[in-house]
Design a protein around this ligand. Structure first.
Ligand code: NAD
Length: 476
């Protein structure tokens, strides 16, 4: 299949009140594998946002009054539509985001199945007290219009979770993707038009300004935000003016702690994949590996071997495992961290090169003997360069893993899962895995401790973040 620039640009519109809209300006979309413009799409101005909010407010009462089953049915049909359009959506995702085509397809499958899973979670009132004198019930009601703001690393999956949470619980939605990856999300809006009542799903492309206008808008009741810590703080400050509810899914600096009893060769492919998938541009990617001194050198060698084997290239090439960095600014940041790491005297075991030529490519890089205070260890690198740090004492490993403002997730690896689980329970994170990393599901809450966020997505907990509790207390 080949979609030409003109086809893609001609196709796309914003979705406002169930109809296509042209917006008030345009966004240029770069293919990160070439560094060149490949599509232009409409972008929303303030008037478009006002119209979308009005449409969302008008649609809200009827959508709220539909049953959970009625809303679940629409969402499941939407998931089916995602699957039917998987090929063309995956192509578009690879073109704008860069990830290998198969991983783009997987992202769509995951978005559909996790959304379906969420629509099977019952939300029922709870009786808190029922006796001769009184009956007290805890009920849940939707908030109104939810603004959903997403980043560029997994635009379909990261839209699907909050979109489903908001819709299933009876809210209407304004969805805004990152300006770097607007195209797939605009397509989602087009698919939604055929399946949801007018005004229930509105999709607006735009830059950071549009995000700011959303967080300040008095007609929006909730912000479901996924992005960086810095932007998350700005969202929370802006939302305070109207006391909007917020769910903030922010950055991470996940540690994997590898104990002395592992088979280094056997676990290296798993650690490598959890660190480097999507070229490290995953909030819950492993970003620091702490390895016990007994297996340190074996693990370094095995990880370096994995890195040398990995095929880097355009996501459209069938054998590519790692695509480019998604955008120029992030590429420059990661190159800066790589330069800083080289200057610090750390040992580069594999990679370390920035290929010349088109596209934002960086070789997968494994670094040993790195300074704990270096940028690579302290910051969220969000790219294909991972440090391996040595420890001798498990208490010290936990202390160093927790010595960060981030708290998204982490993992402990051992041939003895019980032993690992004890240590995992000491990680200051939203999710602590044992012998795995980056496993999420529709029924399990996911989100960050510390500055990695507020609230959870998925699960009953995530759904209730789009609902307000109401106590009904009856004196008999
Ligand atoms: P970003 O914060 O720059 O942008 C994210 C979105 O917020 C974009 O749509 C952007 O236009 C918008 N935005 C920016 N400033 C805003 C503001 N002041 N008000 C409202 N909206 C604003 O993040 P990014 O660079 O697109 O994404 C990468 C970051 O996202 C990484 O830190 C990554 O870890 C994080 N992330 C977190 C999760 C999670 O579930 N915790 C998942 C994926 C990515």
């Amino acid at each position: 299949m080949s979609l030409q620039h003109a086809d893609i640009a001609a196709d796309l519109t914003l979705t406002i009140d169930g109809e296509g809209a042209k917006g008030s300006s345009t966004l240029d979309v770069i293919n990160p594998a070439t560094g060149r413009l490949f599509a232009t799409c409409p972008a929303a101005g303030r008037d478009d946002l006002d119209r979308a909010v009005d449409a969302g407010r008008r649609a809200f009462p009827a959508w709220r009054d539909l049953s959970y089953d009625g809303r679940a049915d629409r969402i499941r049909r939407f998931c089916q539509s995602l699957r039917e359009h998987q090929e063309s959506l995956a192509y578009l995702l690879t073109m704008e985001q860069g990830k290998p085509l198969q991983q783009a397809k997987d992202e769509i499958t995951r978005a559909a199945s996790q959304s379906e899973g969420m629509t099977k979670i019952p939300i029922v009132p709870q009786v808190l007290e029922d006796n001769d004198q009184r009956r007290i019930e805890l009920q849940w009601f939707p908030l109104g219009v939810a603004g959903i703001i997403t980043p560029w690393n997994a635009p379909i999956n990261l839209a699907a979770g909050p979109l489903t949470s908001a819709l299933y619980t009876g809210n209407t939605v304004i969805l805004k993707p990152s300006p770097y990856t607007p195209l797939c999300t605009l397509k989602l809006g087009e698919l939604a038009r055929a399946l949801f009542p007018r005004g229930v799903v509105n999709v607006l492309a735009g830059g950071d300004d549009l995000g700011r206008w959303m967080t300040e808008h008095p007609g929006i009741d909730k912000i479901g935000f996924t992005g960086s810590v810095e932007s998350g703080k700005a969202v929370m400050a802006a939302a305070a003016k109207t006391l909007k509810r917020v769910t903030l899914e922010l950055g991470g600096n996940d540690a994997a702690i590898v104990l002395d009893d592992v088979d280094a060769k056997a676990i290296a492919p798993k650690l490598f994949f959890a660190s480097f998938v999507n070229s490290g541009q995953v909030c819950m990617a492993i970003k620091r590996i702490y390895a016990h001194e007994r297996i340190y050198s074996d693990l370094c060698d095995a990880l370096a071997e994995e890195a040398r084997k990995a095929k880097v290239g355009s996501g459209l090439d069938a054998d590519t495992q790692l695509g480019p960095i998604q955008n120029r600014a992030q590429y420059d940041r990661v190159v800066g961290i790589l330069d800083d790491t080289k200057r610090s005297g750390a040992r580069i075991l594999a990679g370390g090169e920035v290929p010349k030529g088109d596209g934002y490519f960086i070789e997968p890089t494994i670094v040993a003997d790195v300074d704990e205070h270096s940028r690579l260890v302290r910051e969220e690198q969000f790219g294909p360069i991972v440090p391996v740090l040595k420890f001798t004492d498990e208490d010290d490993a936990i202390r160093r893993a927790n010595d960060t403002r981030y708290g998204l997730s982490g993992s402990v690896w051992s041939s003895n899962p019980e032993r690992a689980a004890k240590l995992a329970s000491r990680l200051e994170v939203g999710t602590a895995w044992v012998n795995q990393h980056r496993a999420t599901s529709a029924t399990v809450p996911f989100g960050g401790a510390k500055e990695s966020g507020i609230g959870r997505v998925y699960s009953e907990m995530g759904l209730k973040a789009y609902l307000e509790p109401r106590v009904v207390s009856i004196l008999k």
